[in-house]
Design a protein around this ligand. Sequence first.
Ligand code: C2E
Ligand code: CA
Ligand code: CA
Ligand code: CA
Length: 274
Amino acid sequence: AKAIGRGSYLFFEPEMNARAHERHEMERDLRQALQRGELEMFYQPFVDLERMEVCGAEALMRWRHPERGLITPDRFIPIAEETGLIIEMGAWALREACAEAASWPSGIKLAVNLSPVQFTSPRLVETVCEALGDSGLAVDRLELEVTESVLLQDSQPTLAALCRLHHLGIGISMDDFGTGYSSLSYLQKFAFDKIKIDRCFLSNAQPKEAQAVIRAICGLGHALQLAVTAEGVETAEQLELVRAEGCIAAQGYYFSPPVTAEALRAMLPASGKA
Ligand code: C2E
Ligand code: CA
Ligand code: CA
Ligand code: CA
């Protein structure tokens, strides 16, 4: 029989090579996808809980692969981040989503996700301004969603970029609130406009626990003058809960999953502007 040491060496090395190879292929495929127009933005509406009307939509990326069908971002965003390709993909997403939202009724907002890696680009603010300028979308209709990981390294350029975007009149939201280990301290580092309660608080918790957590976050939001919204609302009971505890808006499968641009347009109120 083979020695353990040698055996494990033989086992691990090819596996690591295979993984590196796979990632390399994936990067090449992603770059091609971007060039060939296989990336597509889907949109998930969010609903104003006071008026019970759609008041905006979050843009979510999809890869329409010619053989493998529709691929969700969990499968390709991490690789795009590792390789830096997310900077180009994110710029495309901003242009695409702003152009789409410019045709929506003027009360409807657009939320776009930004990866922390996009903040390593010195051109991020310009990229956002170009997307707004070229589309004609009003600045105050755009919201950018970042997770607390964006502030993790205490990077001055990142904070400066966030401040510049904010000063332009763009809303800045903290996404996946409560999942990091110091969401609270990050609320003091930057004056966010909105926090989005992560969906795990609705889905993983017993109703009583969910209520306590959502009540606490809404109280915090109130005290800090932050809008609090809920994601991952799947049932009428969850909707009632987040509404009763003071969330101002909600999104989730209960209302609609992310859908194509065309399907989203059909959900919007008849517009003044076509
Ligand atoms: P996220 O920003 O937290 O987006 C919400 C995710 O929750 C979406 O997954 C959405 O489809 C899903 N979701 C919405 N409602 C429900 C619900 O009621 N139940 C359940 N179980 N899930 C729900 P999706 O579209 O697969 O996106 C996953 C993540 O990928 C996003 O999480 C975001 O972090 C990232 N992502 C998506 N598009 C982009 C993009 O254009 N740029 C960047 N940087 N990241 C993106
Ligand atoms: Ca988001
Ligand atoms: Ca989220
Ligand atoms: Ca997330």
